[in-house]
Design a protein. Sequence first.
Lengths: 123, 241, 294
Amino acid sequence: MISMNAGPIYSQIAQRIKDDIVSGKLHEEEQVMSTNQYASFYQINPATTAKGFEQLEEEGILYMKPGIGMFVSRNARDKVLAERRQQFFAKIVDPMIEEAYKIGMPLKEIIARLEQQEGAKDS
Amino acid sequence: MMTKPISPVVLTWQILARSTWLTFTLFWGVSGILTVLLLAVDSPGIRSSYWEQVFEALNIYAFVVGVRVTYGHLTILMNHGVTRKQMALATLLFALVFTLANGIMMGIGFALEHAAYSSNAWQEAFAQPHLFKTAVDFPAIVAEGLILSASTFLGGHFIATTFYRFGKIIGMFSIGLYLLISFSLEVRSYSNAIVTFTSDLTRKSDFTAAEFFLWNGGGIALLALLIQYMLQTTEIKAKTR
Amino acid sequence: MSVTVEWKGLAKSYGAHSALTHVNGTIAGNKIIGLLGRNGSGKTTLLALIKGLLRPTSGQLLINGQAPFENRALAREICFVRDSRMTYGSFKVREALKLASASWPNWDHGYALHLAERFSLPLEKKVQSLSLGMESSLNAIIGLASRAPLTLMDETYNGMDAPSRYLFYEELLEDYMRSPRMLVLSTHLIEEVGRLFEEVVLVDQGTIVLHETTEQLLMMTYVVIGTAPDVERFTDSLQVLHTQVLGNMKSAVVFGELSKEQERLADLYHLDIQPVPLQDIIVHLTSRKEVPSS
């Protein structure tokens, strides 16, 4: 859910829509709920939702069909995936390595684990 | 479902009438019943009018209604979009109808009592001097009832508004001022805690109708002006509880 | 009608007691605005001034360019609800709603009755005999159904149980989206209702100390956590609202937007940066004695 303890609400909304695009809950060229529907669903101010939409529009994830509403852009999923991939090392891998150093875990062990995972996925 | 809003003045009038009609009915009902009972008990020794006593009670009743205008209605009306001016205008209209109704009730009472006195051949007399000389002088009785209740209504309204506007200490002074206005007309003995200039003046044996209207009219106008001034500048207290 | 409320050096005192001083600023547009502050900070006085119940001692308060005191046109455009059981005399709930319907030009009686049913408000009961929670429900209903272009609600949740409060928030949001207007709510329950506010106005010790969009306020406040010397080095030239020390660790609530440079610095010092809940921001902004200088 949307939390008052997790920073700006509009970026949480934007994040949520991106999640839905990545997971396939929202398809490209599909209409998204209106700002009012979003506001109602999450019990937040519609202006806040609109700001989240605005951000996604700027990023080219959503686009406006005048008089109809907001739609998911044609290549929105690729864009979000590219962004997430870009952030992957900074947000997930680097902290992991840092933590490994802290607790004295050799990187070799992590690599072994990763290879094992890959093997398991392949089979 | 949309409803049409009512003019603030009409709305205020309705609210004032709504909170008064019950006490009005009770007051005149009880006064009537008491007079009939007293006449029935005291029939052999009747010397003067019983209904005349209702004037004293009416003074107190109208005073209380006057107090209630400010304390019972100001806050709720302001909260509902009525301005102080609109409330003052509505109160004036209400006072006209209320005091006229009181005058008419006095007139009807005297007429009925007169019928009873005539059929029983009782002696008809008044303990106090009045604008009217007989119990069937309906217009003069209505005028006296109207003016008497108007002066006490405004007296109550004046004192209550002063308390509301300026607080307890200056409020106490307003009682003094009110009594001063009353007694400056004529200092006489008084028996009630609430004595109006009118009820005192009526005890004066040789007043003329012109004197009566002049003094009372002046007193009423002065009170009305003071109330107006205070009401226009009064603030509604933030805490109601 | 869109509403603009403007304060210009507004002050209000009751005799020797000063309730408001140096109030400046503007709120404008169809928005839900939170009026926040501690008890006795001057919130109710500010609302009563907007409604025109009180007169400014000095300075100006203008609503669409006009002073509200004894203003006939504004009187029916501004609906102010607060605890007022005692002013209803012998009115029943039904009569109170009827009075409201006769008073507010945009009143929606069907909606009022619908709300009364949702709040389980007994229509035939006298207002005076309502419980505190029921009275708050009545006030909430009147405030919402009035559809007044400027609606002021002063702690319209007192005594309401949690389900009633959430019902109120839900209806408030729905009705605001149906009929956009300016709704100003004073509240202490920021955690519950904060997400509905587009803007917050913070009143402290008789003056407006902050007016910001809720989102901006959330963005410009953060907490840094790390070892004490690192946190101190990081916050050296920043406005710190609150600090806490645990062993050699320190956390500092910083007021001010986090720049890219600061983000880099935080990374360098191994500092953890976390958002701060709105409720905590308000508490930090109003609990200090004076504004710390940077």
